[in-house]
Design a protein. Structure first.
Length: 710
DNA sequence: CTTAGGG
DNA sequence: CCCTAAG
């Protein structure tokens, strides 16, 4: 079975986390989802599934404990692993190349083994590791391979042991390798006392450029022992990595940043370049946005609305909520937030910042091809990526060739606040960091079939009901960030204003509990930002902290998955400068109040008399056509208040007095229309309730009723 | 998007 | 005015 897959990828945008709240409108959501769903449904999933299947097959067929050997050979020989990345030729690439070229030990060894394992390197490596969880993982895999190879060639001292072990039992890898490896995976701890293996890994990681993180991951994964289920780097469930490459699939999953600065952060890069303005944003919304002192860009993820996948995914979403650090202090704004998002021009209709998908591969199935599109839903953090895939062709019975491309990546709950003075670059960085934080814990791939998550990793595709020929479209993948548990307050360990990526944060390793990585300190690289934020922080400190508490409480009660951000973290604060008040005014800013003038009231009354209640839109059109600030809802509300006003005693009325005459008419019309289930008789004229001069106390329909229609 | 109502 | 649930 030869699977050739290519993944294009790119971050499409971030999604705002969804708040566990009941969907506003089922209807709406449905439509929303529909849109997304259709377009991106399962490339990734497909891929994953295929991989899984392959894995299965592989396992059964070739059960070589030593993956490096035969497998590699096969892979490379077939040129399966193809690096589509075009960009930079980074070390990583080199490595890959080496790999490809001769998967023989020699090369590998030279690359890996020969590397310096000086403390320096280590440090470097560590840094790298910490920064890039994913990469770590990837590297790790490779590492393993490398190790294995090394072993084969000539065992290298300690390394040999490790590697051998690894080769045999990847699962144990972590354990055997000791903390080091683990560290590498999780990126939690410092890589102290790294063993040889650890060292290497680190080194390797170091070499890899962040940009290629994803690529690396995918490509390298295959290298790992196919038989063993490697604990996914992503903390999560184990993923049959081997499967991917084994069959010669060419899977390229890459994410890259266009912004190099971003690279310093974590791995999964995002490419966010521009903000797409939702076309539908109302003027006023935009207006509001503009007036905001700070703008926030957050994808809006209404619960699962954005999730493009089906129920399965949805459920996922619901289960895990991610609260990004940035959003922390505003929990109260959660609600408002949503609103904001809706209105924000910054947010894309489908989610927020969106950067168009970045696709490297020329033939990415970006072109509307839906067949294999997949949605990657980052379950935990709600990060989701959508993948577009395409089934290229079918060859022999068993070999299927498909192309996949990750069309977009979405990170749902990203709440970022950046001063307008921030630079675009800083914004990007911020976003990247935020995303990185979410992805920091690694990624997990989930396979969805018909919207349902396939949990049994051991079943073959066939068994699962996944057929490349038939229902590829029903296949979906989810990319779920391994949520990272709330980590201890960063502040306790790292106070540096500009947390360097090096600062490792403890990450829970448990694959069970998804956690969001809150540990990564976020900061705004931009000095100006920092400065500004710094001030803000100071200013808002109190409110902030208190607010935090509140938030925390709610959060915890709402979702354990929510990340708890260290309230004190300077870093965190830096990103979330604004607080309640400010935010409120900014985000939820109410429309300015515009009392209805008598003339307006009159016009309204007139219109209602004729049209009746229940036809606010028509009323609007008729009497307030040009008053864009008066929405039909406003009119309706006004009518409501008018009616109320008319019913109460003049003494109780406040505000600009409305001529009693008008109020009388209001009552009359109200009585009339409430009596006749209005709308239908548009015909009868203004005469309707109107002649009610004596309408004053006529609550009864009678007084008004006179106006018979017909 | 509209309506209808509660807040 | 806002927010939402519902057509």
């Amino acid at each position: 079975m030869v699977l050739k897959k290519r993944l294009g990828y790119g971050f499409n945008g971030f999604q705002v986390p969804f708040i566990p709240r009941a969907p506003r409108s089922a209807r709406r959501r449905g439509s929303y989802k529909k849109i997304n769903e259709d377009s991106q449904t399962c490339a990734f999933e497909l891929l994953a599934s295929v991989a899984g299947k392959l894995l299965q097959e592989t396992e059964s067929s070739s059960a070589s404990s030593n993956p490096s050997e035969g497998n590699d050979q096969a892979l490379f020989g077939k040129g399966i692993l193809k690096q589509e990345r075009i960009d930079e030729d980074e070390p990583l690439k080199e490595e890959c190349a080496a790999y490809h070229g001769s998967c023989k030990e020699s090369i590998f060894l030279s690359e890996v083994a020969s590397k310096d394992i000086s403390p320096k390197h280590l440090q470097h490596a560590e840094t790298a590791l910490h920064r890039t969880p994913v990469i770590k993982y990837c590297d790790f895999s490779k590492k393993v391979d490398a190790d294995v190879k090394a072993l084969n060639c000539k065992s290298e001292d300690a390394l040999g042991d490790y590697s051998s072990r690894v080769a045999e039992a990847p699962q144990d890898f972590r354990e055997s390798s000791g903390g080091n490896l683990e560290n590498g995976f999780t990126g939690e701890e410092e890589a102290e006392g790294l063993g040889p293996l650890g060292t290497r890994v680190s080194t390797f990681a170091n070499k890899c450029s962040l940009k290629d993180a994803m690529d690396v991951c995918v490509n390298s994964s295959p290298l790992i022992d196919s038989n063993s289920t490697t604990k996914s780097p992503f903390h999560g469930e184990s993923i049959p990595n081997a499967s991917f490459s084994e069959h010669g699939n060419d899977i390229i999953l890459g994410c890259r940043d266009d912004d190099e600065k971003l690279l310093r952060c974590n791995k999964v890069s995002t490419k966010s370049r521009t903000f797409r303005h939702p076309q539908r944003v109302a003027h006023r919304r935009i207006r509001k946005l503009l007036t905001c002192k700070y703008w926030k860009a957050a994808p809006k993820l209404k619960d699962c609305e954005l999730s493009r996948s089906d129920e399965g995914v949805k459920s996922l979403c619901h289960k895990r909520k991610t609260c990004y650090n940035f959003g922390r202090c505003q929990h109260d704004n959660v609600f408002k937030r949503r609103k904001f998002f809706d209105r924000s021009s910054v947010v894309t209709s489908d989610g927020g910042f969106s950067s168009e998908s970045v696709t490297n591969s020329p033939d990415t199935g970006t072109s509307g091809n839906k067949s294999g599109s997949a949605t990657i839903l980052p379950g935990a953090s709600g990060l989701s990526a959508s993948v577009l895939g395409r089934q290229a062709s079918f060859h022999t019975k068993d070999s299927h060739e498909m192309k996949f491309s990750i069309k977009s990546f979405r990170v749902p709950e990203l709440y970022i606040e950046v001063p307008e003075t921030a630079t675009v670059g800083s914004l990007k960085r911020t976003v990247v960091e935020a995303v990185s934080a979410i992805l920091g814990g690694g990624l997990r791939v989930g396979v969805l079939l018909h919207g349902k998550k396939v949990r049994d990793d051991n079943r073959t595709l066939l068994q699962t009901g996944i057929s490349c020929k038939e229902n590829l479209d029903t296949l979906g993948f989810t990319l779920e960030p391994n949520s990272i548990k709330a980590s201890p307050p960063i502040c306790s360990t790292d106070r540096s204003p500009l947390p360097s990526p090096e600062a490792p944060e403890p990450l829970p390793k448990s694959s069970e509990s998804p956690v969001i990585d809150s540990g990564i300190p976020y900061s705004l690289p931009d000095s100006s930002l920092l400065t500004k934020t710094g001030n803000l922080v100071e200013d808002n400190h109190d409110s902030f902290s208190s607010h935090i508490d509140t938030i925390t409480d709610k959060m915890t009660s709402d979702s354990r998955d929510l990340v708890t951000v260290p309230a004190r973290s300077t870093d965190a604060l830096a990103v979330v400068p604004t607080c309640q008040k400010t935010r409120r005014s900014d985000l939820a800013q109410r429309r300015t109040r515009r009392p209805f003038s008598v003339s307006e009231v009159e016009a309204l009354v007139e219109a209602v008399e004729e049209l009746g209640t229940g036809r606010w839109r028509d009323v609007k059109l008729r009497a307030f056509e040009n008053a864009d600030h008066r929405t039909y809802v406003d009119l309706k509300d006004k009518w409501k208040t008018l009616v109320h006003t008319a019913k109460i005693s003049p003494q109780q009325r406040r505000g600009q007095p409305v001529p009693q005459q008008l109020l009388d008419r209001v009552l009359g019309a109200h009585a009339y229309w409430s009596q006749h289930h209005g709308k239908q008789n548009v015909k009868h004229q203004a005469g309707t309730p109107r002649n009610v001069e004596a309408s004053t106390e006529r609550l009864g329909v009678e007084g008004v009723a006179p106006i018979v229609m017909m």
